[in-house]
Every structure is written in C-alpha cells, then in structure tokens.
Design a protein around this ligand. Structure first.
Ligand SMILES: [Zn+2]
Length: 357
C-alpha cells in the first residue's frame, strides 16, 4: 500500500483483519465508519490527511460536541480513525501521524446513572412479573443484560448458591456466545433472593430441551434460558429497556437502561462495604478502575477513612483524669500532666478525650 491510497480503501484493507469474536463491537465500529469516517475521509489519500483538517473536524466539524454528540462518542470515533493511522505508521505507509496533538473534548467524569433499589421498588408495581424478576435478579447479581438474557439453567447451582456466568445472548446477532464480554467465565454468588427468583423462573420446565438458539461455538445446548417472557420468548435486552422506560414513567422515577441494573448492583455492593477487588471480580472486570469508581464516595469508604484517621489520636490528660486522683492505683506510673500511653488510656476511655486537633 502507498501513501496515495485513499482512506476508504485503507479501511477496507484493515477491516478484513479486524475481528472481535462476534461481539457487538464489530457492528458498532462498522456503523461509525459508515456514518462518520467514510463520508469525511473515504476519498482522501492517506498522505493528504492533515493535522489542520483533523483538528477542524473534531473542534468545528462533524465531531463538534453538541446534543447527540457527547465527548465520549467523539473519543470513540476518533479512536477508530487513530487506529487506521497508527496501522499506516506501523506498516510504513506514512512516516508521521497527522493526528498527533489533536485535542479531543474533555470527558466529564460524572457518575453514570444506576438503578437504585428505591426506583426499582417503585417501578416493580408497574412491571410484569417476568421483567420484575429479571430486574430484581440483576440487582442481586450484577450481570450484564446479555448475560442475564443468556443465563442457562445448567449454570445455576441453587444448592450451593452460585452460578457460572458464561453463555451470553448477543442481541444484534440473535445467538448465544459461550463466554462473556471479556472472554472469561466467572462465578457469581447468589443471594437468597436471587436463588428464589431463579427457582421461580425455571419452575417445572423441561431443562433437557436446550435453549433453541444457535451457540456460536457450535456445541449442543444443555439447558434452558432462565429468564423468558411470560409468552415463552427470549427476554431481549431491548424489550427489557422498553418495559423499564414505561415502568419508570408510570412510577414517576428517572428512566433507566438495562445496563443501569448492573451499576445498581455495584453501587449497592460498594455501599455495603465490598471492596473494589471483590466488586471487580464479581462484575468480571480485568482492572479495578471501574470498580473503584463505585467504592469512592460511599458511606463505607468514609467510615473507613474516619476510622483510619482516628486510629492514633493525639491524647491529652484531662482534669481529674488517670493518675491525678489519690484513689487511682499508682502502678501505672502516670503522673499529673504526664503523657500516658494509649493502652493505659484505652482502659479508662471515659475519662480521656481526644484533643481537638
Ligand atoms: Zn443454549
């Protein structure tokens, strides 16, 4: 390939090698290329892509932050464009990146909306039992919508109270993938409520029938889908979202997406005192970054800090305190006004106070 290759042709060349193990990522990327990258850069030769044009595109052009174009989405689009330029550098088609130094809009790190137990309780009254159970189960386990919809009965161990999160429903392709987003299956503990819901959803169904969906690894299915609609159809994340929106409107609580259920679980877990490691493990995150966001600013985090700061308080002896009255046993060796070690003071807490500092 030459530097005179048009970006569109360069993309087509790269796209054949970009595989994502049949996740939704591939189609998201294809959409972005179709909508934003090809119309803008498709007919331009790689060597004619300039810093100035890229900068203008981001700051004034189609990627300008406005309603419908969030900073996060600008980053997403730009990152795909950047990948193609990096490839051109790696393959020595270009010698310098025209994108180096292009400033992207700042992403505001505001907490992402989550489904609170309070909102869920209000929405429950307006949800059909199948969706009510699905939401409650999500708030107990933190699974992704695709994991919830693809949960196979043979992965649930109600006796031990654990489930293996493996099969995932890939909504855009309508198939079952045998592993979650990041590739690793994981064990998730089930609360009593989660067990109760799973048992109710499975009822007396014949679990040897198989789920009826194609498994992308081609292996036969050995279980049924735990969550189905009352009409016996697969619970689809989009339909779940639709019912959640309606219920939120009826209950007059903020609208929430199916993904917000997972964040609701993480928020609950963090507020209950689970640490970032445990949260990341149950959510199936490879890194701690996201889990840490949940742990920050919780009452549990505050209490931990308060406890840490008061662990070695500066102590002072107060009037009438230990060692100052004649009837106190002299063995402690503490004299009036003397510093007293913290262990001695701990025995007589009521008469000691922390200094104001
Ligand atoms: Zn299956």
């Amino acid at each position: 390939m030459e530097a005179t290759t048009k970006w569109g042709a360069w993309w087509d060349h790269l796209a054949t090698k970009r595989t994502f193990d049949d996740t939704d990522t591939a189609s998201t990327e294809a959409n972005i290329v179709k909508k934003y990258l090809r119309p803008k850069w498709g007919d331009i030769a790689l060597r004619d892509i300039t810093y100035k044009a890229a900068k203008h595109w981001v700051q004034e052009g189609d990627l300008k932050v406005r309603p419908g174009m969030s900073p996060g989405y600008v980053h997403r689009i730009f990152s795909i464009f950047n990948v193609t330029i990096k490839e051109a550098l790696d393959q020595e088609v270009l010698t310098a990146s025209p994108l180096a130094g292009v400033k992207l809009p700042k992403r505001h790190k505001k907490p992402k909306p989550y489904l609170s137990t309070k909102s869920n309780a209000a929405m429950s009254a307006h949800l059909r039992e199948d969706y009510r159970d699905a939401l409650a189960f999500g708030l107990e386990t933190g699974v992704r919508p695709g994991e919830l919809c693809g949960l196979h009965s043979d992965r649930i161990d109600l006796d031990r109270g654990w489930m293996l999160v493996a099969e995932t429903f890939v909504k855009r392709r309508g198939i079952i993938r045998p592993y979650p987003k990041d590739g690793d299956v994981r064990w998730v503990p089930l609360t009593d409520l989660a067990c109760e819901i799973a048992a109710r959803r499975l009822g007396a169904r014949d679990e040897s029938k198989g789920c009826g969906f194609v498994h992308s690894d081609g292996l036969p299915c050995s279980g049924v889908l735990t969550f189905m609609t009352v009409r016996g159809r697969i619970m689809h994340p989009d339909t779940m979202g639709y019912h959640m929106r309606n219920a939120a409107e009826d209950a007059k609580v903020p609208r929430r997406s199916p993904y917000s259920i997972r964040r609701g679980w993480a928020t609950r877990a963090a507020e209950g005192g689970l640490d970032a490691f445990q949260i990341a493990e149950i959510l199936g995150h490879a890194t701690l970054d996201q889990a840490q966001e949940y742990v920050q600013q919780t009452p549990a985090a505050r209490m931990k800090l308060v406890a840490a700061l008061s662990k070695y308080p500066q102590l002072t002896v107060i009037e009438g305190g230990l060692g100052q009255t004649s009837d106190t046993q002299a063995g402690s060796g503490a004299k009036s006004g003397a510093k007293v070690d913290s262990q001695t003071l701990a025995q007589d807490r009521g008469r000691v106070r922390r200094s104001a500092g």
